[in-house]
Design a protein around this ligand. Structure first.
Ligand SMILES: [Zn+2]
Length: 132
């Protein structure tokens, strides 16, 4: 399992290098600059980088929507692969709008929790996490 995660991290680093070649700029969040609060997408880029490096838990802490999307994509792609290999369509998962509702709920809860911690306790979770 650890070897698989390390292999995934190696592939992730290569994907990250390609992504930085295509899009080398990292912009600060305009919403955060203007309001001091985290926007609903704050931490998403760092979560993606952490995920590509195989740091799943760190990715979850930065923004849980990113590993959630990766999990849903893996489940859908995996079920289609199993369905094709076995020739049995009963293994194929179909995209369901509930996946979208769960994703919206994850973004909303993440937005509320991180900003309530920021407003109520002056705890900026994103600044406390190790850099990626
Ligand atoms: Zn933001």
């Amino acid at each position: 399992m650890k070897a698989a995660i390390m292999g995934y991290g190696m592939i992730g680093k290569r994907l990250e290098r390609v992504a930085r070649l295509i899009w080398p700029w990292r912009f600060p969040c305009l919403f955060k600059l203007l309001t001091g609060l985290n926007c609903p997408g704050c931490g998403g880029t760092r979560a993606l980088i952490a995920l590509l490096r195989g740091k799943l838990f760190l990715s979850f802490l930065y923004h849980p929507f990113v590993p959630y999307c990766a999990l849903v994509a893996l489940l859908l792609l995996g079920s289609h692969a199993v369905s094709r290999m076995t020739g049995n369509k009963k293994y194929r998962l179909r995209f369901d709008e509930r996946y979208t509702y769960v994703g919206i709920a994850i973004v909303a809860v993440n937005f509320l929790v991180k900003n309530l911690l920021l407003i109520g306790f002056r705890i900026d979770v994103l600044e406390m996490l190790p850099p990626v």
